[in-house]
Write a protein that binds this ligand. Structure first.
Ligand SMILES: Nc1ncnc2c1ncn2[C@@H]1O[C@H](COP(=O)(O)OP(=O)(O)OP(=O)(O)O)[C@@H](O)[C@H]1O
Ligand SMILES: [Mg+2]
Length: 514
């Protein structure tokens, strides 16, 4: 009995120990699980912190970039120095101080290092992936090439568009002034002209003479010769030369009407003798568009001169009325090609001009003006159909010029009416022509045509420009006087003074030539 009880007690003890062991094992397993979980959680926390830090770093860098960009923009707009401490320098300190303080510790530096390493690793793996996968590399290359091609097409397209606009609307940079109007304005002109013709036609048909005098009456058609005489009315030239100029003007006008090729023209002679004046009148009278360029503008363009010249000829070819291209101071770029001091750019520009004017043209008439015709290249001279010499005016021409410019500067109102109609007859013409260019001037009784013409002897050797300047001198002298009266003495005094100046100029010129 006692043995049985003892065995029973031992068995119970063993059960208790087994249960205890099981509970302990379970507890230990649970403990282990908890540890693993804890470690996992810790790892996650670290990862989250790293990502948050990287994000923070990226955000800070972005903010910094934006701030610097803003600052530069603001400085540019306000015209302030970006490093000016009174300007925006303090803002930088504010932003730096507002950065998270954690970024300053040792731990953060390590994390930053880790983040940079991670980013670089990602970049490296991306590059490796690209190199190892030919398809991806091909796609990327195609994209880059596409972008480059797009950029080139856009750039060239813009250039082409600019050239087209320049051809149709603008004027080439070499052209200083032109009478040619833009496409839009010329269309308006044509429409207006067509409307006028239609109204005139209807009036003629209906026999409504009552419309005459209202601007719609049929114009009295002038002959070409009459128009030319009228256009060159104030150009004073020796009779032979004047006749040559007039017949050229009529011939140009008729060439335009009949579609015949134009003639190229060379005007040469001393300064101030009316070459530019004649070329401009010729263009106006022929009904062509006129473009003026100076030979001196070509050399500074250097290599670009050829391009500019070609664009000028392209523009000329598009002129609806035909273009008279007037090249003033032609010797500056059409000089002999053998000249050692001629630049490569100018020589190429000259070749471009020769290329464009090699044959007779129905679009372009070239008029050259120069003081030194002997300096022009042979090929240029060979292209000229007519060469006109403009000499220093003779005595008769000088007398004519003196009278003409006296009227213009001392006796003509702004509206073009002659206020000196009675000069030499009426004393003190004033008052009624108030508002004229000679406002405030009166012509003294001692001044008559004979006196003005008599100065022609004294102003021997004067060019047309010099005679004009003499009369401008008289006008300015009269304005400078107390009563504003143009007296005979005043005119003689100014003429003597100008003659002296002219003599000095001639001596100077002679000295430099020897
Ligand atoms: N023959 C002329 N008849 C009338 N006016 C003239 C004449 N010559 C010159 N003039 C006057 O002088 C001004 C200058 O003339 P213009 O410019 O035509 O001379 P140019 O021969 O072209 O001189 P340059 O060789 O210096 O260019 C004209 O605007 C005009 O007022
Ligand atoms: Mg000139």
């Amino acid at each position: 009995m006692d043995l049985e009880q003892e065995m029973e007690a031992q068995k119970r003890q063993m059960d208790i120990e087994r249960v205890q062991a099981e509970v302990e094992a379970k507890f230990a397993a649970e403990q282990q699980n908890e540890d693993v979980m804890l470690r996992k959680i810790q790892a996650q926390v670290i990862n989250t912190k790293t990502y948050a830090f990287i994000l923070g770093l990226a955000k800070d860098t972005w903010c910094r970039c934006l701030f610097l960009l803003n600052r530069r923009l603001a400085c540019t707009l306000l015209g302030r120095n970006p490093v000016d401490s009174n300007g925006f320098g303090n803002m930088r300190t504010e932003v730096t101080s507002s950065l998270p303080s954690e970024s300053l510790g040792e731990e953060d530096r390590r994390r930053t290092q880790e983040a940079i390493n991670t980013v670089l690793a990602h970049l490296a793996s991306a590059v490796y992936g690209l190199v190892s996968d030919p398809r991806r590399a091909l796609t990327l290359t195609s994209w880059l090439l596409g972008l480059l091609a797009g950029y080139m097409v856009l750039k060239e397209g813009t250039l082409l568009l600019r050239q087209l606009l320049e051809t149709y609307l603008g004027k080439p940079s070499l052209v200083r002034e032109t009478s040619r109007v833009g496409t839009l304005r010329s269309t308006n002109h044509r429409l207006l002209h067509a409307a006028k013709c239609l109204v005139r036609f209807i009036c003629e048909k209906a026999g409504k003479a009552s419309l005459e005098g209202e601007g719609w009456s049929p114009k009295r058609t002038r002959s070409g010769r009459e128009e030319a005489v009228n256009a060159f009315r104030d150009v004073v030239l020796a009779p032979d030369l004047k006749e040559q100029v007039l017949s050229l003007a009529v011939a140009t006008r008729n060439s335009k009407r009949n579609g015949a090729p134009y003639r190229h023209l060379l005007l040469y002679g001393p300064p101030g003798t009316g070459k530019t004046m004649v070329a401009k009148r010729l263009a106006a009278c022929s009904g062509m568009d006129c473009a003026v360029m100076s030979g001196g503008d070509v050399a500074p363009l250097g290599k670009n001169a050829v391009t500019e010249l070609h664009s000028l000829f392209r523009w000329a070819a598009k002129s609806p009325r035909g273009l008279l291209l007037f090249i003033d101071e032609a010797e500056a770029f059409l000089g002999k090609r053998s000249r050692p001091d001629m630049s490569e750019g100018t020589r190429n520009a000259l070749n471009a001009l020769l290329y464009n004017t090699g044959s007779a043209s129905r679009r372009l008439m070239m008029v050259l003006a120069t003081n030194r015709a002997e300096d022009l290249d042979e090929a240029v001279l060979d292209r000229m159909d007519d060469s006109l010499l403009f000499p220093i005016p003779d005595r008769k021409s000088r007398a004519q010029l003196l009278v003409q410019y006296f009227h213009k500067y001392c006796a003509t109102g702004k509206d073009g009416r002659s206020i000196g109609a009675g000069w030499g007859l009426s004393s003190k013409i004033s008052g009624w022509w108030r508002g004229s260019s000679a406002e405030g001037l009166t012509i003294d009784v001692g001044v008559d045509e004979r006196l003005v013409k008599g100065l022609a002897e004294e102003v021997q050797g004067f060019s047309g420009r010099e005679v004009e300047k003499l009369m401008l001198g008289v006008q300015s002298c009269a304005y400078g006087s107390e009563d504003g009266v143009v007296t005979a003495d005043m005119i003689k005094r100014v003429a003597t003074q100008k003659a002296k100046e002219h003599g000095a100029k001639v001596k100077m010129r002679a000295a430099t030539e020897h």
